[in-house]
Ligand binder design. Structure first.
Ligand SMILES: [Zn+2]
Ligand SMILES: [Zn+2]
Length: 428
């Protein structure tokens, strides 16, 4: 078996992992685009039909762990006739997003092309094995800031690989992580662990549970009557935090736009009867419309929680709403990566900063979508791979040997080309 890691060793995003059997069956896990930097378009040497055709030559099956752009965004360059797999709700969320974006004239044809490509996608289900030539792939759900994310167990040439994708333990359903690893016979039964290491080597802090984000939001909602929230519209956990915090304030409408309402309805539908989270009541999600006098009067009377995005449409809404909001009663909860509004950060976006600056008060409520150091230690120890740990989706500064995982596992951390137990590991 040969494992090739493309650009995962010293960068976050743009992830591509290739696995090849000795008889030449080959799969790809994730075809991610490089992450954008600030307001600039992100550059990517693979972002062309030719480059992806070359990369996927001889590959019949491509598996996506989740629908974040840095794992999936090269999908539309994949030549016809190849199987592309992703989780069912993850696929639906992508389709909703492109349908929504296609209403903008300049994006229309690009989005329609992507929707056509997505219509050929196949979906997988939890613990159900998919054959890909001689290779077999089995997905297991994980918690992450993208809705419907998975880790994959790959069987090839009698060896087993666990590719974690992006994951975390501190989301609403993240607590099941180690149980899943134990229950499905993953623990102690893996040769190579390929794991994300996003939070390793970041000078940071304790990674706060998502439930704390909900509490912080509730505090802000108690302090301010009019609460706007800038956040991902496709992160089921964050939506759960916002939804539940607002519910605890009672009498305040949950306001958004039609796209956000549809996204929440899709999540609630897919998660119906599956526990207490993500049960958003569609009848209580109100799309903003200035003609809806009943809603506007309700907002003026009781205050509101309103999910917003930085767009021309939302700016129009804000131009209508902000003038009647008393500044001392009005706040924006900034609920996404803080780097976008920190001038010295490479991700700094002048447009986002200007958007945020129009609100009289600003509060911050966010937590990482990625595994904490402690969670990574638990996963490495529980999986206890026989041959190797390959850290990906991390900065060059991330040092897995500094984790508390014991000498034996530390010696299995692979960051350079190597051949072990008949497994060839390569980096590109
Ligand atoms: Zn990622
Ligand atoms: Zn991700």
């Amino acid at each position: 078996m040969k494992i090739t890691i493309h650009r995962g060793k010293d960068q976050i995003g743009g992830c591509i992992t290739e696995i090849e059997s000795k008889n030449g069956s080959r799969i790809i896990i994730d075809l991610g685009h490089n992450l954008p930097k600030g307001d600039k378009e992100s550059e990517d040497e693979y972002a062309s039909d030719e480059a992806v055709a070359k990369l996927t030559e001889g590959v019949n099956d491509i598996f996506y762990t989740h629908n974040h752009g840095d794992h999936v965004e090269l999908f539309h360059f994949v030549p016809e006739g190849k199987n592309q797999y992703i989780g069912p709700l993850a696929l639906k969320m992508m389709q909703k997003r492109y349908e929504h974006m296609s209403y903008v004239d300049e994006w229309k044809s690009g989005c329609e092309y992507k929707l056509e490509k997505l219509s050929t996608f196949k979906t997988y289900s939890i613990a159900k094995q998919i054959p890909a030539g001689e290779i077999k792939v089995t997905p297991f759900a994980v918690s992450h800031s993208a809705t419907d994310s998975y880790m994959l167990v790959v069987e090839c040439d009698g060896k087993r690989v666990l590719h974690t994708g992006d994951f975390r333990e501190h989301g609403y359903t993240g607590g099941k992580l180690i149980d899943v690893i134990e229950k499905y016979g993953i623990a102690g039964n893996i040769d190579v662990l390929i794991t994300e290491g996003t939070n390793i080597g970041q000078a940071d802090k304790r990674v706060r549970p998502e439930a704390e984000v909900q509490e912080e939001m509730l505090q802000v909602m108690r302090k301010y009557k009019n609460v706007f929230i800038l956040s991902s519209s496709a992160d089921a956990d964050r939506l759960e935090s916002i939804w539940s915090a607002n519910k605890r304030r009672r009498y305040r409408p949950f306001v958004c736009d039609v796209y956000q309402k549809q996204t929440m309805a899709a999540i609630a539908e897919a998660r119906k009867g599956m526990g207490r989270y993500y049960q958003f009541d569609d009848n209580k999600v109100y799309p903003y419309c200035s003609d809806n006098k009943k809603l506007v009067n309700w907002m003026k009377d009781k205050g509101f929680t309103m999910m917003i995005r930085r767009s021309v449409k939302f700016q129009g809404y804000l131009d209508e709403i902000l003038p009647w909001c008393k500044p001392e009663e009005t706040c924006l909860i900034y609920s996404q990566f803080r780097g976008y509004i920190i001038q010295s950060h490479e991700a700094f976006s002048e447009k986002t900063k200007a958007f945020v600056d129009q609100f009289p008060h600003l509060e911050y409520a966010h937590t990482s979508g990625h595994a904490s150091k402690e969670t990574l230690e638990k996963v490495c120890n529980a999986v206890n791979p026989k041959a190797a740990i390959i850290p990906i989706h991390k900065t060059a500064m991330a040092d897995f040997k500094a984790l508390d995982i014991g000498e034996e596992l530390k010696n299995k951390v692979v960051e350079n080309e190597i051949d072990i137990d008949g497994i060839k590991i390569d980096f590109h």
